[in-house]
Design a protein. Sequence first.
Length: 115
Amino acid sequence: MNFISLVLRKAGFRVLPAASGEAALKLCQDGAESLDLALLDIVMPVMDGPQLCTRLRQLYPNLRVLFISGFSEEEISRRCDGAPGAADFIKKPFTATDLLERVKRLIERPVTHVV
């Protein structure tokens, strides 16, 4: 189990890990799971984070998204077609405390704020 899954599970969150964007999309399509938040790396095998975000929001229009990356916010904005408000961002490396604070803040954010 990776660091993110371990931290989130210990905090009481249900985690659905996937090894790639394609695997995550299949998991959501097949399982009809309810999702509150997706944590997506900008760079992933087969389908990158911004592409997966678009596809997941077709299934879950109000899905909150937290992008994770070692890239700068400017690079993420470029890779996300200049739409920085479409999701939140946390830069690697981060601590368990940083991750939990960001996740809790996003989960508590009213759905009307999701773009």
